[in-house]
Each structure stands twice: as C-alpha cells, then as structure tokens.
Design a protein around this ligand. Structure first.
Ligand code: HSE
Length: 328
C-alpha cells in the first residue's frame, strides 16, 4: 500500500524509520512538512528523507506543499501527523477533508480534527467508502480505540479513567523520584520529544481533555467540546506538594475521567496511593475501563514517543491494508 506522510516531526520520522527497517508492505511515495516536500511515485528512500530533514531542517523542496501532495502524489492512504491545533483543527482538518473527498484513506495522530469534526470526517469517509482511522490520537501505543470498538464490543462502559498524558506523567515521576523542579522536568520532557509543539497543551491538562473528548464523541456517541471538560492541569503543582504526598506513601497523577452514565468529563491532579494500578512511571499511560460484562479492564503502555505513536499509525495502516486485501 502506498502512503503519503504529512508532518515530518517525531511521529512522521518514526513511521518512516519503521517502514525502512521492517517488512510492512508500505511504500512511502510522498512526504511534506510545513516548509517543504518530496514525491517519488515509485517509492522514496525513507532513510534519505530522514537524513535530509535532520541535516537541513527540510524534507524536500520548498514549494512542494501538503495540498500539492494530496492532489498530485500517487498514494492509497494519507498519514496526517502534523501538530495539533485544538481551537480550529486547521490546517490538518482541511488536509484530511481533501484527501477523504478524493477517495483516499486517512490515518492520523492529529487530535484537533478528530475531537472537533469526527462526525463530518467519518461521514465523508463512509460516502467515499474509505477508512478514517485515529488510534494514535489517544494514549500513543496503547490500542485503546480498538479495545473499545472491538475487544469490548457488547459491553456497556460505565466509566473510564486514568493517565492520558505522557508528558505530565513524566514530569510528575521525575519531580517525585529525582526531586527535579517542575521547570527542569518539563525541559527534559520537551528535549525527549514527548511534549506537544506547544507544551501548554500538556501541562494545562488540555491534551488529556482532548483525548477524553475524542473517546466520548467517537466511542460513546456524546457531543462534547473541549469547553465541556472540567480541567485542572499540573502547572501550579509544587515540589513540596509532591514531597508531602510521598511522605504518606501517596503520590500525584493527572487523571482524566469519563463518567459515561452521568455524561461528564474531567481532568485533574489526584492524590493516590503509590501502589495503585494507575501509578505508572515516566511516559506510560494507564486506563481503567469499567464495564458491565467484563468488569474492570486496565491497559498500560507507552503514551508518547516517536516509535510508540508510529506503532499505532502502522497498526491502523495494517488494518486498512488487510481490509483492502480481503475486498479485492
Ligand atoms: N504530548 C502527548 C503526551 C503526546 O505527552 O501524552 C501523545 O499524545
């Protein structure tokens, strides 16, 4: 299957690395970032595009824009991994609509368009008989969308709660274990590529809230906006507060919760026992799903990172490729 990648930051490069290093059945025919792009309909060499980006800051020629690639490259699925804009979803929203409207599958890690416009996008996908997949938008490598859509199909989900932001979890872990200040820990998380392009999304709890909105709207059929989520972030947490909790065998985690029975969404720091299932370390995410038939199911895995997020994208692409093979 041929893919075009829009966005060549940490996630885009992770996908290219996986395609270069293992037999995925995927061929990359086009790549674009915000300043440049390249197309080879016979297949680009992913490692050469990564090298160009890392050495020059550009992945191809200036003037080869995402729109040009969407309209002119030869590809089956658009991989849209540009940075998130939670207010408008743009420019990603426009890229996704354009690709779906021209009959291409779309796989994205971009939370803005999914949180804001899922109904419209999935409607276009159904009309054009293509797939619109977004596993990478929530909890990185954890297959939470697949678990809720397929694995737990037939269950009624009463509640779902846990750690949805790897950057905050990393900061809280480093503050507790290494006595780093909030600023030092945030700097580390940014340097390691976990944080959003604008890290205020992470530390103000917005990123976790967007993930809740995505699950609420796409899995539970709610009609939530970011404004409907009660949000408190971790920016004003002090090292002293964490030390006080630790002295009592407690710790602090940023917890997101969907109460599906009440229809409420909430993100806030909570003090919990250190041996609680949801007290995971570093960039791990952990989500407990309370259901009527299966009881409690908890998923734990890497919620952020280049290869980890790329894993979810590759999983969506494999799903599409398998459906495609079966129907042809
Ligand atoms: N910045 C996000 C996080 C990336 O730290 O969880 C994955 O969505």
């Amino acid at each position: 299957m041929k893919i075009a990648i829009l966005g060549f930051g940490s996630v885009g490069r992770g996908i290219a690395r996986i395609v270069a290093e293992r037999e995925t059945g995927l061929v990359i025919t086009a790549v674009a970032d915000s300043k440049s792009g390249c197309i080879d309909n016979n297949g680009l060499n992913p490692l050469e595009v990564i090298r160009a980006k890392e050495e020059t800051g550009l992945c191809g020629k200036k003037g080869v824009t995402p729109e040009y690639i969407i309209k002119n490259a030869d590809y089956d699925a658009l991989v849209e991994v540009t940075p998130t804009n939670a207010e408008t979803g743009e420019p990603s929203l426009g890229f996704i609509k354009l690709a779906l409207s021209t009959g291409k599958h779309v796989v994205t890690s971009n939370k803005g368009p999914v949180a804001l416009n899922y109904d419209e996008l999935s409607h276009i996908a159904r009309e054009k008989e293509v797939q619109f997949k977004y596993e990478a938008t929530v909890c990185g490598a954890i297959p939470i969308i697949q678990t809720l859509q397929y694995g737990l199909a037939g269950n009624k989900v009463k509640k779902l709660y846990g750690v949805f932001n790897g950057t905050c979890n990393y900061i809280l872990t480093r503050m507790a274990d290494e006595r780093l200040t909030y600023k030092q820990a945030l700097l580390e998380a940014r340097e390691l590529g976990y944080a959003e392009a604008d890290p205020k999304y992470d530390v103000e709890g917005i990123d976790a809230a967007i993930k809740l909105v995505i699950l609420a709207n796409t899995i539970f059929g709610m009609k939530k906006r970011l404004e409907d989520v009660e949000i408190t972030g971790i920016c004003s947490l002090t090292s002293e507060a964490i030390e006080l909790a630790e002295a009592d065998e407690l710790t602090i985690r940023l917890i997101g919760e969907i109460d599906n029975e009440r229809g409420t969404l909430r993100v806030s720091p909570r003090v919990i026992p250190k041996d609680h299932t949801l007290v995971v370390q570093d960039t791990l995410n952990a989500v407990t799903i309370e259901t009527d038939l299966a009881g409690e199911v908890t998923l734990i895995g890497r919620g952020a990172g280049s290869i980890e997020t790329a894993s979810a994208i590759i999983s969506d692409l494999s799903f599409i490729s398998n459906c495609h093979d079966r129907s042809s």
